[in-house]
Design a protein around this ligand. Structure first.
Ligand SMILES: [Zn+2]
Length: 260
């Protein structure tokens, strides 16, 4: 199913049900955070015991949502959803939050569970600012290469960590590398998670310059677009710089920033 490079590769081409997807996540996983329960005095709090309220199962998806759903609230206006993957990052996430705050817009952050466990204060700052926190697996593995039980653990551990950190159970999930499978969809549904993709990818994960990222977003974006950016997993200075430029341009062009 997966015909791509791993390891040092920067991208992977994925084929799913006849649909070829280009992965848009940094191939290099972020620095692993402290492992909860290892006894380090500075270790982040351990994920909660599996005592979270049972999730409400949702219908199994056959493909991820890749545009903002049409709704009465969105009629007659241009809407766009900004999403940020691979955080939280103590250096870049606060910079992104400052830009969003300045322009009074909200975004959706798909956080890696082990990074969330390592930086709970950053997770809370995102949630407290009114943004939506989704998850992006526990350790950013390609879930299509794992058995169902491990997929369940990867999703569930991240969901439980964010739940314990913010007090609110996330319901949105994005697969690492945009790599989906029937098993991933099934496990997401069992845990009450809606699978979210994107349709605007400026490839900020591929050493793109700020100018390139901004130009690509402004070129590709349309009504109900879901834009993919990254606030962790590498040097995200170009992404931060690009956001400073393209967010006000989109606002001036009449776009409203909405959830996915
Ligand atoms: Zn990612």
């Amino acid at each position: 199913m997966t015909a791509g490079r791993r390891g040092g590769g920067r991208r992977a081409f994925l084929t799913l049900g006849g649909l070829t997807l280009l992965s848009a996540c940094a191939a290099e996983p972020p620095e692993p955070g402290p492992v909860p329960g290892t006894g380090s005095p500075s270790a982040a709090p351990a994920p909660p015991p599996p005592s979270s309220p049972p999730p409400v199962a949702i219908p199994v998806q056959r493909k991820p949502r890749y545009v903002v759903p049409a709704s009465a609230a969105h009629q007659g206006s241009k809407v766009v959803a900004l999403t940020l993957d691979d955080g939280p990052d103590p250096a870049y996430t606060p910079q992104v939050l400052a830009i969003l705050r300045k322009h009074k817009v909200t975004a959706t952050f798909f956080m890696i569970g082990q990074s969330a466990a390592a930086h709970p204060d950053v997770v809370r700052s995102v949630a407290d600012a009114g943004h939506t926190v989704g998850t992006h697996s526990w350790s950013h593995k390609n879930l299509t290469e794992l058995p169902a039980a491990k997929v369940r653990t990867e999703i569930g551990r991240a969901v439980d960590t964010v739940t314990a950190t913010t007090g609110r159970r996330p319901t949105l999930f994005r697969a690492p590398y945009g790599s989906w499978s029937p098993t991933v969809f099934k496990e997401c549904a069992a845990m009450g998670q809606t699978s979210i993709a994107w349709n605007v990818d400026p490839r900020d994960w591929d050493d793109a310059s700020a100018h390139h990222i901004s130009a690509e977003v402004l070129d590709q974006v349309g009504n109900r677009s879901i834009v993919l950016n990254h606030d962790g997993g590498g040097d995200r200075s170009p992404t931060v710089q690009a956001l400073r430029h393209y967010v006000p341009v989109l606002i001036d062009s009449g776009y409203r920033f909405v959830g996915v």
